[in-house]
Design a protein around this ligand. Sequence first.
Ligand SMILES: C[S@@+](CC[C@H](N)C(=O)[O-])C[C@H]1O[C@@H](n2cnc3c(N)ncnc32)[C@H](O)[C@@H]1O
Length: 182
Amino acid sequence: MSAQFHWNPDTYLDMMRAEVPNFDALQEAAVAAVPFPPSTALDLGIGTGETSRRLLEAFPEARITGLDSSPEMVFRARRLGIEVRLARMEDPLPDGPWDLVIAVLSVHHLRSEQKQDLFRRVREQARSLVLADVVTVDDPADRVTPIEPGFDFPDRAGDLAEWSGGEVVWSQGDLAVISGTY
Ligand SMILES: C[S@@+](CC[C@H](N)C(=O)[O-])C[C@H]1O[C@@H](n2cnc3c(N)ncnc32)[C@H](O)[C@@H]1O
């Protein structure tokens, strides 16, 4: 996903829909993969809040907290009326316990070792994890999502499932959803 520039909340959605043709299907599959109605949820790399907005529609009772490393995205996501913190996934997570930790198209910005460390920290304080992201695939015809070296670090869906202790519950081309309960 080309974004060496700062994330721009005004152009974000159009850019994502152009670069990730199944962006909306991925968002919907992520929410459909939530294993039980969460009272509390943490949205990692919340961006403009596309996932949290859908989560709130599906689970109006959920108290959602978001975090993102981009100040512009944080300000935009706060329009949802939820708590959104300026923070990095590499740093200690906001204190749980969380019924759900969800991350859509954000964890691929971490390298493999950082992902494994994140999943360890998530499991310490979450009852479930839903991960929806671009993944490495063998068939060149499935490699639709632009990957920028040094900025995007996708891994195989099977590795993400193994590291997170979840299972692949949805996949389409180079997109996958992994869901786990702990
Ligand atoms: C492709 S957007 C996805 C946004 C949102 N989850 C969605 O599904 O629309 C990636 C987001 O992850 C955030 N991000 C990237 N690296 C991050 C990090 N290390 N810690 C926290 N947020 C990060 C970016 O600022 C951006 O808002």
